[in-house]
Design a binder for this molecule. Structure first.
Ligand code: 5AD
Ligand code: FES
Length: 345
């Protein structure tokens, strides 16, 4: 084994210079990925957790330059799901073995705290053995507290990039990196299992930004880390930029597994979009979660964060079956389980 990987395994850390070497070299990949799978196996065996993703609204008041549902995209088709539709997705999902539901959406003022708490309460009442994850963007600490009191278990909010200058290149001035990071700290303090993460290969990203991402996550110590390639969307200001690369993404997944042995790490839909076996390769680089789509088929194409998103034509059951096979082909197995972070108190 190379010295670098040996040290990474032993110390669960490297210096900035060593990380740079690892991120920018492809010669380490084979042993890096194998080592990551070994670490995930010690924590989670060969189990893969599934999360049913329900995309509740494509309205968004934000204007992030990379995202297809940004408010300035007049071509975006807008929809929001009713409470009944959301609950129906959960019923379908429960029967398919899902024990975590992720309600994700743009920052849509229609979904007031009251509406969100109402929906969370109803899901928890009907499915007491399930976890509810929210992914609804930046809110006040008071709002986060209300959702938590209503029964929400987890919250996903990617920091997108920890580089200060880079953050300003991806977002309009009204969105502040400091605010985003404060939200994450608030969520942790309230008691959520917290997920953060970043895009790989986003415009203007440098290796230094990726290292900052790792350092920020080491400080935050999240329970989940979602990363995926930036993927071009034709109706955004970033239409001319190329998508992030598969191997760099896999390398970052594997590095994350070393720095955070017990973290929940999804093989994301974006990874599956840039390569036909992207998610399987993600599992083989240390990921242990997949998040198939439970949204009604009629709205899936409208939740278009990036071009060519996979699974938009498939029914929930088809996605579930497809993933079962994909996960098995990589040598893992899907389990019916809430899939909490190991040792979360
Ligand atoms: N490519 C890849 N990921 C994207 N996201 C938004 N737009 C894109 C894109 N064009 C990601 C962001 C966000 C998550 C919900 O989707 O990281 O946090
Ligand atoms: Fe949706 Fe394969 S996971 S079709």
């Amino acid at each position: 084994m190379s010295k670098l990987i040996e040290q990474l395994r032993e110390k669960r850390n490297l210096t900035d210079e060593q990380l740079k070497e690892l991120i920018e070299t492809d010669g380490y990949d084979k042993e890096l990925f194998a080592s990551a799978v070994d670490i995930r196996e010690k924590a989670y065996g060969r189990d893969v957790y599934i999360r049913g993703l329900i995309e509740i609204s494509s309205y968004c008041k934000n204007d992030c330059y990379y995202c297809g549902i940004r408010r300035s995209n007049e071509k975006a088709q807008r929809y929001r799901l009713s409470e009944e539709e959301i609950l129906e997705c959960c019923v379908t999902g429960y029967d398919l073995g899902f024990r975590t539901f992720v309600l994700q959406g743009g920052e849509d003022p229609y979904f007031t705290d009251e509406r969100i708490c109402d929906i969370v309460g109803k899901i928890k009442k009907r499915f007491p053995d399930c976890a509810v994850t929210l992914s609804l963007g930046e809110k006040s600490r008071e709002s986060y507290q209300k959702y938590f009191d209503a029964g929400a278990d987890r919250y996903l909010l990617r920091h997108e990039t920890a580089g200060a200058e880079h953050y300003r290149k991806l977002h309009p001035a009204e969105l502040l990196q400091e605010k985003r990071m404060q939200c994450l700290r608030d969520l942790k303090e309230i008691g959520y299992q917290v997920g953060s993460g970043f895009m790989v290969g986003s415009p203007y990203q440098k290796t230094e930004d990726l290292i900052s991402d790792l350092r920020f996550l080491q400080e935050l110590q999240p329970d989940m880390i979602g990363i995926g390639p930036f993927i071009t969307h034709q109706d955004t200001p970033f239409r001319e930029f190329t998508s992030g690369e598969l191997t760099l993404c896999l390398r970052m997944v594997a590095i994350l597994r070393h720095l955070f042995p017990e973290v929940l790490l999804p093989a994301t839909t974006a990874l599956g979009t840039i390569h036909p076996s992207g998610r399987e390769l993600g599992l083989l680089a240390g990921a242990n979660v997949v998040m198939p789509n439970l949204s009604p088929v009629g709205v899936r194409e409208k939740y278009s964060l990036y071009d060519n998103k996979i699974c938009t034509g498939e029914e929930a059951a088809e996605c579930r079956g497809c993933l079962e096979n994909r996960v098995a082909s990589a040598g893992f197995q899907i389990v019916v389980d809430r899939g909490d972070r190991k040792n979360f108190k």
